[in-house]
Design a protein around this ligand. Structure first.
Ligand code: MHF
Ligand code: KIV
Ligand code: MG
Length: 269
């Protein structure tokens, strides 16, 4: 028998307990090899439905299916051992009723072996968050700019620009925390509102375009790596993967044309 210690994954309750202790580090990943790298540094990895836009060229996240989320969720779980893996519930798979949400979220948990799911919405999702949590599915909530509602909002619009709207978002945050969510993503939200919500609720807030006042941060991996030519303003670009890929592809094309690839080292004799 192997004497190697089993590495236990970070759990949803462990993420919840990090509020007020140490900032929570998170990135998205959709892919086994990138997830293995992110796994070394992230507390949780989100298999976001942004994969529809990033991996599959869709114009919004509305067209993403449950099967697609499960396919990428499996890849990320297989590629990782340490971080909590959270899988986004895609549009149309959880809004209709708590029972529908449970059926689809249970499929995600069983087929991917992820540790939690995330869904968009505030008070309107409270009953569902409680239903899932009481039945064994940890839920991360997501409010502010909720991309699955892009067609109602008329674009990806930063929330909370008018102070009169703050109380709606504050109430949404309180209600999802009371319903049992273990953490809350605040997306595309002005700093003072994100700060207020973070102080008012007992669960950690994870910001994306919601300032350093949040208890943790998340970004789309491809955005921060420099693979997205037109990233949103809230992205800090830490790498130049687009440039590196282009240079490598160009070198390869040049070497194929001048027959210097494959060379002696790449040939079977
Ligand atoms: N690659 C990628 N990165 C993301 O962060 C991301 C996705 N895809 N897909 C799903 C959602 C959509 N997101 C977006 C997309 C665009 C803006 C955007 O263009 N925002 C404007 C601000 C508009 C305003 O202030 O009202 C910007 O200029 O950044 C914001 C969030 C965030 N999510
Ligand atoms: C941007 C994050 C929070 C997300 O929901 C996604 O990547 O789909
Ligand atoms: Mg998402």
């Amino acid at each position: 028998m192997s004497t190697q210690k089993q590495i236990r994954r970070i759990s949803a309750p462990q993420i919840a307990k990090r509020k007020g202790v140490e900032p929570i580090v998170s990135l998205t990943s959709y892919h086994a090899h990138t997830a293995a790298i992110v796994d070394k540094y992230a507390d949780f990895i989100l298999v976001g439905d942004s994969l529809g836009m990033v991996m599959h060229g869709m114009e919004s996240t509305v067209g993403v299916s449950l099967d697609l989320m499960i396919m990428h969720g499996k890849a990320v779980v297989r590629g990782t051992q340490r971080a909590l893996v959270v899988v986004d519930m895609p549009f149309g798979t959880y809004e209709e009723s708590p029972a529908e949400a449970f059926r689809n979220a249970a499929r995600v948990m069983k087929e991917t072996q992820c540790g939690a799911v995330k869904l968009e919405g505030g008070r309107r999702m409270a009953e569902t968050i409680r239903f899932l949590t009481e039945r064994g599915i940890p839920v991360m909530a997501h409010i502010g700019l909720t991309p699955q509602s892009v067609n109602v909002m008329g674009g990806f619009k930063t929330q909370g620009r008018e102070e009169e709207t703050w109380s709606i978002h504050e109430e949404d945050a309180k209600v999802v925390a009371e319903a049992g969510a273990f953490a809350l993503v605040l997306e595309g939200m002005v700093e003072p509102l994100a700060a207020k919500i973070t102080k008012q609720i007992p669960i950690p807030t994870i910001g994306i375009g919601a300032s350093a006042e949040c208890d943790g941060q998340i970004l789309v991996l491809e955005d921060m790596l420099g693979l997205n030519p037109t990233p949103p303003k809230f992205v800090k670009v830490y790498g130049n993967l687009g440039g590196q890929i282009e240079a490598a592809v160009k070198s390869y094309a040049d070497e194929v044309k001048d027959r210097s690839f494959p060379s002696e080292k790449q040939v079977y004799r």
